[in-house]
Design a protein around this ligand. Structure first.
Ligand SMILES: Nc1ncnc2c1ncn2[C@@H]1O[C@H](COP(=O)(O)OP(=O)(O)OP(=O)(O)O)[C@@H](O)[C@H]1O
Ligand SMILES: [Mg+2]
Length: 235
């Protein structure tokens, strides 16, 4: 791979306490991700996709081994340092995308920028750019309850991308989208990936998503069972 590595996972195992025992959700994972990758985690329900995204996003820590993200060892980060890493460099799109109901679309997207030191006019420009990326400029004064599921998902994408993060993690991003919207969103993400060199890592069951990926990593029972790079990406 000829990308500079920004995520390095070595001999990483994750166990969760269950009753009096433990459950091994990830088992000796070794993976590298480079700048500007467009990769996906696939595999059956329960294979460890969300667990792996959560660790890369510093929302959880390995039980053994290391996960290094933007040069920082996730296991040793303080609460504050991991919050800073997320705030500066990582965008998330969760399956349940948690928009704030009392705020407008514009405000929901702007929210991601409020912890950063930017002027109101800089924020406005960034939010308008992000809403244009996802085709929701005309809904910017709507509240989330007035949106369709797919529109809500697109707001979540705008909110995750508005900071222009180095890494974007998306857990089942097309779960609430119809085929046409899925293709539109994937094309938008791919364009952002090329333009901004953002590293995208998806978890997905969706064939429509898979066809856009440059690299597909298959998980089964917490192990990587295949890791395939496509020579040329679909457009
Ligand atoms: N906090 C937790 N405590 C105990 N077990 C957990 C916890 N989180 C996840 N697991 C278990 O770890 C395994 C992997 O879960 P994970 O959510 O990563 O799967 P997934 O591949 O994302 O599945 P899906 O496709 O259904 O979203 C599952 O068996 C799950 O029950
Ligand atoms: Mg999951």
């Amino acid at each position: 791979m000829n990308h500079a590595s920004i995520i390095s996972i070595q001999h990483m195992t994750k166990r969760f306490p269950v009753g009096k025992g433990e459950f091994t959700a990830l088992n000796d994972i070794n993976l590298e991700f480079g700048e500007g990758e467009f990769a996906g985690l696939v595999g059956p329900s329960g294979s460890g996709k969300t667990t792996l995204l959560n660790i890369i996003g510093s929302l959880d820590t390995p039980s053994e081994g290391t996960a290094t993200v933007m040069g920082q060892d996730i296991s040793t980060l303080s609460h504050k340092a991991s919050a800073l890493l997320r705030n500066q460099h990582i965008g998330f799109i969760f399956q349940s995308y948690n928009l704030l109901p009392v705020y407008t679309v514009f405000e929901n997207v702007e929210f991601a920028l409020l912890l950063q030191n930017r002027s109101a006019s800089e924020r406005k420009k960034a939010v308008l750019d992000a809403l244009e990326w996802v085709g929701l400029t005309d809904k910017m004064t709507s509240k989330p309850a007035m949106l369709s599921g797919g529109e809500g998902q697109r707001v979540a994408i705008a909110r995750a991308m508005v900071k222009r993060p180095k890494i974007l993690l998306a857990d089942e991003p097309s779960a609430n989208l119809d085929a046409q919207n899925s293709h539109q969103i994937l094309k938008t993400m791919k364009a952002l990936n090329r333009e901004l060199k953002t590293t995208f890592i998806f978890s997905t069951h969706d064939e429509k998503v898979m066809q856009y990926l440059d690299r597909i990593i298959s998980l089964e029972d917490g192990k990587v069972v295949s890791d395939v790079e496509k020579a040329a990406a679909a457009l």
